[in-house]
Design a protein around this ligand. Structure first.
Ligand code: NAG
Ligand code: NAG
Length: 435
């Protein structure tokens, strides 16, 4: 960290911040009124083969009524160096929004999951899974370093609106991190796919038996489990952090809010009757298995496993951003409209080197969609189809097929027309539309 003497007061303030918050280094900079801060999660400790699955509540986060413009993440060691995936496999991280009672007695920082109760209410994204499943605002896996999410102007994710926080509560943020220490493991792909035999696991975290045909996935690589190491391998413990950088602007009426949707290809939908009439019952499983293809397919080089689901979107809008989440073996994912038009297609980028961000064989990024705002519209009630494709020359366990989209229900022109009727705003919006 550098500082100029002229800005001594500011520097001292930063220094003080660093001193009083040992596990959170922050730096502030301003670019066109965009504020940016890098935070560190609490420190977690790994050793060869070990899995950590931490839940940190009330993490450092920008305060106030703001619009998030971007969110990016890295895994770093104590010297702030990025750690490559073949040393620490970042299975996933996800950042969730909560309202927490100001009188809550339990405000966990020890990394364990907080039981759900009336003291903490998760504020989930706009859908489309059941309950709190896949309710995160932000979340990725190994593709973290190479996947861009910068929300274009004048859009943003609105948070911290004091009028939305229930009386007696405050808005807090939580991060869940699952990582696997890959140093010295016998079968790297098998460990990353959480194959139960490599973890020597037959019961899951809550001690219930894992069904025999479940070969691998989230149930077999939980907190404290170890993936099989090469005979006699030993390595030191190491301390790591999740480093997350948030860019934001103060909220104002020119910002157009976007809603977050996370569609899961494992979601099966059922209609059921209740007192209020017909309702939809989502059932997202988060992960799935990809069986290996047949010998015939192998000979024809046509080993592609295709998984699809179709879901209605109650509220539509204009797609501002889109990105899929796939694991190693993924060869792309596409979200289609009811008429078969492509809403967004997102393809994994594989690394071919050794360094952090370009690890050979790992998904190190996902391509993204930034349609010209207004050009890609989802109609209210439209049924979308999500397709997730994997290369199944080999079988894969615990893979994912998620699609994350940001949707604006209004465009700037409509937004301003509805929110204010002064001719000044009409002129401003005409300028925006002309550009
Ligand atoms: C696997 O787990 C069983 C039962 O928990 C234990 O007895 C055995 O030693 C473990 N094997 C290895 C290789 O860790
Ligand atoms: C699938 O992977 C195999 C081996 O890694 C490769 O030879 C094949 O071309 C791939 N197929 C597709 C459709 O990507």
């Amino acid at each position: 960290m550098w500082y100029v003497p002229r800005d001594l007061v500011f520097s001292l303030a930063i220094l003080l911040l660093l001193l009083v918050t040992p596990c959170s280094s922050s730096f502030l900079k301003t670019k066109n009124n965009i504020k940016s801060t890098a935070y560190l999660s609490p420190k977690f400790e790994l050793e060869p083969g070990l899995v950590i699955d931490k839940y940190y509540y009330d993490i450092d986060f920008p305060k106030g009524h703001i619009a998030i413009k971007s969110f990016s993440v890295d895994i770093v060691d104590e010297a702030d160096n990025p750690v490559p995936l073949h040393e620490t496999y970042l299975h996933h991280w996800d950042v969730n929004r909560y309202y927490q009672s100001k009188h809550a007695t339990q405000t966990r920082h020890d990394g364990q999951m907080m039981p759900e109760n009336s003291d903490n209410i998760m504020v989930r994204n706009s859908g489309t899974c059941q309950g709190n499943k896949n309710g995160q605002y932000f979340g990725l896996g190994t593709e973290t370093r190479g996947t861009i999410m910068d929300i274009p102007n004048p859009f943003g994710i609105e948070i911290g609106n004091p009028e939305e926080v229930p009386e007696g509560f405050e808005e807090i943020w939580m991060v869940n991190i699952r990582a696997i220490d890959m140093r010295g493991v016998e079968d790297k792909l098998g460990c990353t796919e959480c194959r139960c035999d490599l973890y020597n696991v037959t019961v899951n975290e809550d001690r219930s038996a894992i069904r025999p045909n479940y070969k691998g996935g989230l149930l077999c690589c939980f907190e404290g489990t170890h993936c099989k190491l090469k005979e006699g391998f030993e390595g030191p413990k190491r301390s790591l952090y999740l480093k997350y950088t948030v860019n934001w602007v103060d909220w104002d009426d020119f910002i157009v809010p976007v809603k977050i949707y996370l569609i899961d290809v494992t979601d099966t939908l059922q209609l059921f009757d209740d007192s209020k009439g017909l309702d939809l019952d989502h059932d997202c499983r988060v992960e799935y298995q990809v069986e290996s293809c047949s010998t015939d397919q192998k000979e024809g080089n046509s080993c592609v496993h295709v998984k699809r689901t179709s879901l209605p979107m109650q509220n539509g809008g204009y797609v501002i951003y889109g990105v899929a989440h796939q694991h190693s073996g993924g060869i792309g994912s596409t979200l289609y409209g009811h008429d078969g038009r492509v809403i967004c297609s997102s393809i994994p980028i594989y690394g071919n080197g050794n360094e952090a961000g370009n690890e050979a064989g790992y998904v190190v990024g996902m391509s993204t969609c930034y349609p010209q705002p207004g050009s890609v519209k989802i109609n209210d009630g439209e049924t979308l189809t999500l397709e997730s494709n994997y290369n199944n020359t080999k079988e894969h366990t615990g893979v994912m097929g998620h699609f994350y989209i940001l949707v604006a229900e209004q465009l700037p022109y409509q937004h301003f027309r509805h929110s204010t009727r002064s001719s000044f705003f009409m002129d401003v919006t005409n300028l925006l539309v002309d550009n």
